[in-house]
Design a protein around this ligand. Structure first.
Ligand SMILES: [Zn+2]
Length: 211
């Protein structure tokens, strides 16, 4: 990918759209994104409403959205009933190496056990992943690009189910970008010597790759 192409794609990022999506999903009309809270009169819980919002946006950009249900419940509550939480996938097929997959993911839920809008953790990541999907919608990528909107503030994490399924299906994930709590890390934490920001993923031979 040339520098010109990258700067052209970056220019497509729409700050207003990022702000608006963040506001809609973490303030008004949705104060939270959790399974155990329904806005009075809404008819479905706030996480399902967030799913609808994300799905509609992805579909408006030409994506087909797949939903995968996982049984979960509120964290920190032994009495919590079980709910079905959904992983949402949008998959863009690569034009040269469609079997090789680059995955962008974000957890879209807010904490189930406190009344926090979770604007930073992780609505910021959610709307960023949505914006990447929008910016890349017409870009003929060589490899397949998948977008996953999962849940990590309920138990168990539905991202774990997604990872297990990827292993079962032998999905050839060549790069994974997890956008979580975007834009709030201190410069010190972002230093290359600071190991807290490093993840290790296995490459195709099973060796750990720091990213
Ligand atoms: Zn998070």
């Amino acid at each position: 990918m040339s520098n010109n192409l990258i700067s052209g794609l970056i220019k497509l990022i729409n700050a207003n759209q990022l702000h608006q999506n963040l506001f809609n999903l973490s303030k008004d009309p949705l104060p939270y994104r959790k399974l155990n809270y329904t806005v009075p009169g809404a008819g479905k819980n706030t996480l399902y409403q967030a799913d609808d919002f994300i799905q509609k946006k992805l579909e408006s950009w030409g994506d087909i959205v797949e939903k995968e249900g996982v049984e979960v419940r509120a964290v920190n509550s032994e009495e919590s009933p079980w709910f079905t939480a959904y992983n949402l996938y949008a998959k863009k097929l690569g034009v040269v190496h469609p079997e090789e997959i680059i995955l962008f993911l974000s957890h879209k839920d807010s904490q189930s056990w406190v009344d926090s809008p979770g604007a930073y953790d992780n609505c910021a990541g959610t709307v960023s992943t949505m914006e990447i999907a929008r910016v890349l919608k017409d870009y003929p990528s060589q490899r397949s690009v998948w977008f996953l909107f999962c849940n990590e503030e309920h138990a168990p994490w539905t991202s774990v189910t997604a990872a297990q399924n990827a292993k079962l299906c032998n999905d050839d994930l060549i790069a994974i970008f997890n956008l979580d709590a975007v834009g709030g890390k201190s410069q010190q934490i972002l230093m290359p010597t600071e190991k807290r920001m490093l993840l290790c993923l296995p490459n195709r031979k099973g060796n750990a790759l720091p990213i």
